[in-house]
Design a protein around this ligand. Structure first.
Ligand code: MLT
Length: 411
């Protein structure tokens, strides 16, 4: 008799964004004429940059000719892309990386979900609350989290780091020791950032406790303010304790094309039961070479085009477009009397629901009365209750329309 990995039974019925899609489809089926505006899942709407399209076309042509055809690529990614990543995303900020410290992949979602495999199941993990659900759910599947307490809305063995209105949505250090720490800044879902000094506190903690930080910086391209670190490696000592996840999804419109990368510095050690240190970089390489065959050549060629002078301009124009949406949402909500966070250095706006309204209740009300879809804060954790997330990734027209509707119908 085939037996289930019982950890899967501890998961909520469906993944947050699948549940939202289900509710929207149900509403749409009952109200076929409703003009629904989706500002829920952080999926982009601007097309790929022209330089990216050209590079991909050319790469596909190469694949169609015997002389230039390529079969399996390096599992870690082609050097032509990794060299550009290091030269453009890290070197200008004073971060030196080796070619074998960058791993190109098909997404930060899969990398942040898969990375935990290298850690023992007895490790204690910490996450901010609210949190991007992938970090939690992937650890539930692995059996690291204990059981779900339905009353608290939390797993027994996870250390939750509350991000509250009073604390300006910034997490405080855990009071009990932890081994793995997931941090995401600019944050999904709150849209808030940490300063270099604030990030340094985490790096120091990780060094003192031999913990490892899993740092998701998928939204770094949206940072507008000077002085906000774009990479955790801008903080001294981070090379010894932090893995960094980045993505072309939101930066360059690759949500449907799939390309990302993860940095695993060679200085990071992870320990066996005898206390002997092992290179995390080597273990991740071992994992990737076994389970992954790399990102397709045309996609990597497209990603590399992002780093050309023309590519950088085109990408920046798209980012500016989304950040103008963020401004419209943030200011519009403020004018309508809502308290908001984020939206300054991130494409997410985190708003308080009115009065004591629960976040799923607000979701339903917004969908049925304003035909606008967002993401209920409770879907990101217990501390997300009473909050709601809107994304800046819609079209300008829809963003403006959504805010007008919220102002008119949601007071
Ligand atoms: C989100 O809406 O939080 C994002 O789409 C998540 C993701 O990138 O997987």
């Amino acid at each position: 008799m085939a037996q289930i990995n019982e950890n899967y039974l501890k998961l909520p019925g469906s993944y947050l964004f699948s549940e939202i899609a289900r509710r929207v489809n149900e509403f749409k089926a009952q109200n076929p004429d409703a003009d629904i505006i989706r500002l829920g899942i952080g999926d982009v709407t601007r097309p790929l940059a022209p330089v990216v399209v050209e590079a991909m076309k050319q790469a596909v042509e190469e694949m169609g000719k015997a002389e230039t055809f390529r079969g399996y690529g390096p599992e870690q990614g082609y050097d032509f892309l990794i060299e550009k990543i290091i030269a453009h995303d890290y070197a200008p900020r004073g971060v030196q990386l080796g070619l074998d410290e960058v791993f190109v992949s098909d997404g930060a979602k899969s990398d942040t979900a898969n990375f935990q495999e290298i850690f023992g199941v007895d490790n204690i993990m910490a996450v901010t609350d609210p949190v991007y659900p992938v970090y939690v759910d992937s650890n539930v599947m692995a059996g690291r989290t204990g059981d779900y307490d339905t009353e608290k809305g939390q797993y027994g063995r996870i250390v939750y780091l509350p991000c509250t209105e009073e604390g300006d949505m910034k997490p405080e250090l855990p009071t009990a020791p932890v081994d793995m720490i997931y941090l995401c800044f600019p944050n999904n879902p709150t849209g808030m950032t940490l300063t270099k000094e604030e990030l340094k506190v985490w790096v120091d903690y990780a060094q003192e406790n031999k913990a490892i930080i899993l740092f998701d910086s998928a939204y770094e391209a949206f940072i507008r303010e000077e002085g906000v670190p774009r990479s955790i490696y801008e903080v001294e000592g981070a090379r010894e304790v932090a893995v960094e996840f980045r993505s072309f999804s939101k930066t360059a419109g690759f949500t449907g094309t799939r390309c990302a990368y993860t940095v695993v510095p060679k200085d990071i050690m992870i320990y066996d039961s005898k206390g002997e240190g092992h290179s995390l970089n080597k273990l991740w390489l071992r994992r990737q070479t076994t389970k992954f065959n790399g990102v397709s050549y045309p996609v990597q060629a497209g990603a590399a085009a992002v780093y050309t002078e023309e590519g950088k301009k085109q990408i920046q124009a798209t980012i500016d477009y989304y950040m103008e949406n963020a401004r419209i949402i943030r200011e519009g909500l403020q004018e309508a009397g809502f308290k908001v966070f984020g939206g300054v250095n991130a494409p997410y706006i985190w708003m308080k629901t009115p009065g004591t309204m629960g976040s799923w209740e607000f979701f339903d009300k917004l969908m049925t009365e304003a035909h606008v879809v967002g993401t209920p804060g409770a879907g990101f954790g217990a501390n997300g209750e009473g909050f709601f997330r809107l994304t800046a990734f819609g079209t300008r027209e829809n963003t403006e329309k959504a805010i007008e509707r919220i102002k008119a119908r949601m007071k």
